[in-house]
Design a protein around this ligand. Structure first.
Ligand SMILES: Nc1ncnc2c1ncn2[C@@H]1O[C@H](COP(=O)(O)OP(=O)(O)OP(=O)(O)O)[C@@H](O)[C@H]1O
Length: 231
């Protein structure tokens, strides 16, 4: 579904990605793990078109993304739940969800019912401002906003960061539901190992801009594999 081939990415002279190869399989949950600052967010930026690659290629649904804009990629079906959620604090919950309409044809501009089935709290808070929501509610809103765009793939950047355990469970269930009931393809960047162990069909571990391990979720139990994740 999504293939990252020999990707390199620079910030000025500093290399953040150094020849990354990764396959995100259709209808599966693929986790990308790694310590702080190893290049996970940079990988997502490259996929969604927020930062250009300096080498290599990314293809989605059989077509190379090249220099296509973020807007184009969203239209092609690549959704993003960004790190830190990036909710518009002064817009209402409904307006935040509607920002997802920007890349949709007019006929598709509606909020799918299953967004409220997954996160009923959003329905009760439709007219509240985004900034008034708790961190966990904002995370649910960020996921809802991504779903409004009818994505085929969603990249989640650390969705459990700073979220209370009961909502982490809801988010885990939502991610599973999206894979199992809607056939969505998920790329999950995480630091929370137990969360990944439970959800992932496949894991990649990144270190200093490179993929250093690729395997099934159970390989996370291997102490040699865990070494890549301990500080
Ligand atoms: N906008 C930027 N300008 C310069 N350097 C950057 C920029 N963004 C990230 N970097 C650097 O690139 C490297 C990879 O950062 P990246 O954010 O991709 O890592 P990460 O694995 O997502 O980390 P975290 O878990 O902290 O989010 C780091 O050394 C970081 O300091």
């Amino acid at each position: 579904m999504l293939t990252v081939a020999n990707a390199t990415l620079h910030y000025g002279a500093a290399a953040a990605l150094r020849g990354v190869n990764m396959e995100v399989a259709q209808g599966r949950i693929t986790c990308l793990l790694g310590r702080n600052g190893v290049g996970k967010t940079s990988t997502i930026r490259a996929i969604v078109g927020q930062h250009a690659l300096s080498g290599g290629a990314i293809s989605f649904d059989g077509a190379e993304l090249g220099r296509r804009s973020s807007h184009d990629r969203a239209r092609a079906g690549i959704g993003l739940v960004p790190q830190g959620r990036e909710i518009f604090p002064l817009l209402t919950v409904k307006e935040n969800l509607q920002t997802g309409y920007a890349c949709l044809p007019r006929a598709q501009r509606s909020i799918p019912d299953y967004v409220f089935e997954l996160f009923p709290i959003l329905k009760t808070m439709l007219h509240r401002r985004g900034g008034d929501l708790s961190g966990g509610q904002q995370q649910q809103l960020a996921i809802g906003r991504a779903l409004v765009m009818r994505p085929k793939l969603i990249a989640f950047d650390e969705p459990t960061e700073g979220i209370q355990p009961s909502i982490i469970k809801d988010i885990g269930r939502a991610i599973q539901f999206l894979r199992d009931e809607h056939g969505l393809t998920i790329l999950l960047v995480e630091q929370y190992l137990d969360f990944c162990r439970e959800l992932a069909d496949h894991i990649y571990i990144m270190d200093r801009g490179e993929i250093v391990h690729s395997g099934a979720a159970e390989t996370l139990d291997d102490p040699e594999v865990r070494k890549h994740l301990t500080v």
